[in-house]
Design a binder for this molecule. Structure first.
Ligand code: 3HC
Ligand code: NAI
Length: 691
């Protein structure tokens, strides 16, 4: 065995040279790895070996370029040097893939002459999710194997293609038995030598590109079909242009040059910086300074849920999906029936779940009106009406019924978890698990740590979140926690702006153009204006009251802030405009023309300021956690990183100056956070704040 460097070895198995990478956690293409590969292939190429196998130790094949190195100076051999060494090898090179071959990892594998994989492996070019494109020839080689349409899909979705599908697409040449990758790759290499198989260079294979030449409509149609999905993002368009370049360039090198130019542009831009920041933000959120990774977990084998309403049903599905039995307890028979049948309908409507899967999941679900049925649950999540008296009553009863050590969770949106915990004899077992609606779809889970919540309860909740496919963020107890607390700021300003002269569609347009999926008024129309509205108490005191009294209760009644045409398209409503104008006249205010810039600053800066207050009070661990909440729970455009990242981009000094200006003219709602003031005084940014 030759040790090439600290992460690479070169060994021999008979006639076959074997290069093994071992650079945990994911064998990313760091300078060391590139050096190891370069030197390894150089030696193997020069040796008398008849073929070369590239294989990785640990959990995965190369998962991509090392993202932590982006933006820094390049050290050691470039990725292209490595690729040239492989592709130009005078003997067959075989990449042996397990885990994930992603991004630069797949681009390396595409420079091997052959690829073998185990069935559990997945391959993909997920650079688009980092605001990038595959910058090591991926956009030029991929369409040469899979064709233009499949390549467009892969590079713009970043999806991980399972090995079996990769085989069918030609990305992989052979599947070998699970757990026997090394043996399988060696056998493949020996056969390649024995059969005198050609040294296939993907770059030379132009047939699939020829087929797409002279058909620009392929690209036009693809852009059109995905316009909504790609809105605001640069990277999908740049990826498409690269595939276009593959088709239209006279040579492979020319296409490569176009790819490199577009890659560099993305890499230098703000969108990719935000998306790379976000990649690490999501992974950071799992790390809780005083809850070590090895904290023992409480086993969760059965989950109980109280309330089969909007949230209870959706929450239940998360656990059923991963095979954890669920008991739902209701007070009303009809609500229970409705809740259970909604779950079934959701499964039946889902395109992914097969009939037998629906039955298997439903078989894990039981419903009851008997509170005592919760006695054998390891985790009980309360999702009943948002009223403290009801929640306290329930937790007092849970305290008597739940088995010792069971985690008692509330899905409350705003209420004080400590107050809820105080009615139990075991506040250490009480936690907030704030799911977002629809709870079976939305990725975010705010985990609310009470004053007395035990560390193992926190660790178990974070782990469980991962198990059910959620992205969890830990928050402290305060009204609305992280997300809704900041949302309240935006909502207040949106309402005020309308009373000052902006129309709901002006506010919505500005936020939509910023990158949110919809603005606050369109959102209200979608959710229903009558949430929390009580007809008997309504006295026409707010715009919403009047709209509801007119039965303009949102999309479901065909009108709300907006009118809706037959295709459910929102159109600005003269009725709403008149109601607003009447309110303004009645209030004696002077409506004024409000600029788009002011709308954005009024809606977004108070959110950043509130985020700073949340940090200052220790209710979020780090600024990036707040960003994870907003990207996953509220549709903040990921290419703007999240509100705190955006605050850094604008500049904390500029945010502070605006808050001070607003405070002077509009009052204490805009009082700057002490933390924001301190950051500016110290010349620092949110990103300087560590957990
Ligand atoms: N570079 C640097 N670090 C990386 C990394 C990468 N490409 N991929 C993962 N890591 C780190 C993570 O930050 C994490 O670190 P931590 O333990 O300190 O938090 C650790 O590896 C494990 O990652 P995950 O927690 O995400 O582990 P999972 O097992 O859940 O997922 C994975 C593994 C599917 C490989 C996932 O990490 C992933 O999707 N990684 C990114 C893949 C990617 O985007 N590749 C393309 C990179 S860009 C590129 O290649 C450009 C090229 O075209 C030139
Ligand atoms: P919902 O009104 O749809 O459902 C509540 C259900 O609880 C009803 O079916 C009711 O019959 C049942 N219930 C009432 N008292 C009960 C009791 N003592 N025991 C058992 N069941 C009882 O309400 P929704 O929207 O599901 O909200 C539930 C909780 O989730 C609230 O605390 C809410 O703030 C929170 N939440 C709601 C979100 C939403 O978008 N709807 C989002 C996140 C949290």
């Amino acid at each position: 065995m030759t040790e090439i460097n600290s992460v690479t070895t070169l060994t021999r198995d008979g006639d076959i040279a074997v290069i093994t990478l071992n650079s945990p956690p994911v064998n990313a293409l760091s300078a060391k790895v590139r050096e190891g590969l370069h030197e390894g292939f150089k030696s193997a190429n020069a040796s008398d070996a008849k073929a070369i196998v590239l294989i990785c130790d640990g959990r995965t094949f190369i998962a991509g370029a090392d993202i932590t190195e982006f933006g820094g100076a390049m050290a050691g051999p470039s990725l292209q040097d490595v690729q040239d060494m492989m592709e130009g090898s005078p003997k067959p090179v075989i990449a042996a893939i397990h885990g994930t071959a992603l991004g630069g990892g797949l681009e390396v594998a595409l420079c091997a002459h052959y690829r073998v994989a185990v069935p559990s492996a997945r391959v993909g070019l997920p650079e688009v999710n980092l605001g990038l494109l595959p910058g090591a020839g991926g956009t030029q080689r991929l369409p040469r194997i899979v064709g233009v349409e499949a390549a467009l899909d892969m590079v713009t979705s970043g999806r991980h293609v399972p090995a079996k599908q990769a085989l069918a697409m030609g990305l992989v040449d052979e599947l070998v038995e699970e757990g026997k990758l090394f043996e399988g790759a060696l056998a493949f290499a020996r056969k390649a030598v024995a059969d005198g198989k050609p040294l296939v260079k993907v770059r030379d294979n132009n047939a699939k590109l020829e087929a797409a030449k002279g058909h620009p409509e392929i690209f036009a149609d693809f852009r059109k079909a995905n316009a909504r999905k790609f809105r605001g993002f640069l990277a999908p368009e740049y990826n498409i242009r690269c595939i276009e370049a593959a088709v239209n360039s006279a040579t492979f090198e020319e296409g490569l040059k176009a790819e490199r130019k577009l890659f560099t542009e993305l890499m230098m831009g703000a969108q990719s910086a935000a998306q790379r920041y976000y990649f690490f933000a999501e992974r950071q959120a799992n790390k809780i300074p005083d809850v070590p990774d090895d904290t023992p977990l409480r086993p969760i084998k059965r989950v109980g849920i109280l309330g089969a309403g909007t949230m209870g049903g959706g929450i239940a599905m998360n656990f059923l999906n991963v095979g954890i039995p669920v008991t739902i307890v209701e007070v009303q028979e009809a609500a229970l029936e409705r809740g259970l049948s909604t779950i079934r309908k959701n499964y039946e409507r889902s395109r992914t779940a097969k009939a037998e899967e629906t039955e298997a999941r439903m078989a894990l679900l039981s419903g009851s009106l008997d509170f005592d049925k919760l006695g054998d649950c390891d985790l009980i999540i309360e999702a009943v009406f948002e009223r403290m008296d009801i929640k306290k009553d329930i937790f007092a009863r849970l305290d008597k019924v739940a088995k010792p050590g069971a985690i008692l969770a509330s899905n409350t949106s705003y209420l004080d978890i400590d107050e809820i915990a105080s009615v139990t004899s075991r506040p250490q077992d009480v936690i907030g698990l704030h799911f977002f609606s629809p709870a079976n779809v939305m990725k975010l889970l705010e985990v609310i740590r009470g004053e007395k919540t035990a560390k193992d309860v926190i660790a178990t909740s974070m782990k469980l979140a991962k198990q059910i496919g959620k992205i969890a963020v830990l928050a402290g107890v305060c009204p609305g926690f992280i997300g809704n607390r900041m949302l309240s700021q935006r909502q207040r300003e949106a309402q005020k702006l309308v009373m000052e002269g902006a129309m709901p569609w002006d506010v919505d347009r500005v936020l939509y153009d910023f990158g949110f999926p919809m603005g606050p008024f369109a959102m209200s129309d979608l959710a229903g204006l009558d949430i929390g509205w009580v007809k008997e108490n309504s006295k026409g005191e707010t715009i919403r009251d009047v709209l509801c009294e007119m039965d303009r209760r949102g999309q479901k009644t065909g009108a709300g802030y907006y009118d809706y045409d037959e295709n459910r398209n929102a159109v600005p409503s003269p009725v709403t405009e008149k109601i607003i104008n009447d309110f303004i006249v009645k209030s004696g205010a002077n409506p004024r023309k409000i600029s788009d810039e002011e709308i954005l600053e009024r809606c977004v800066y108070p959110m950043i300021n509130e985020g700073a207050k949340i940090l200052e009070e220790g209710k979020a661990i780090r600024p990036s956690d707040i960003d994870v909440v907003w990207v996953n729970g509220y549709g903040w455009p990921v290419y703007r990183g999240g509100p705190m990242h955006y605050g850094d981009l604008v500049g904390p000094d500029k945010v502070l100056a605006k808050m001070q200006e607003f405070q002077a003219t509009m009052g204490e709602a805009f009082k700057p956070s002490a933390l924001l003031e301190k950051l500016v005084a110290d010349g620092k940014k949110f990103s300087d704040i560590k957990a």
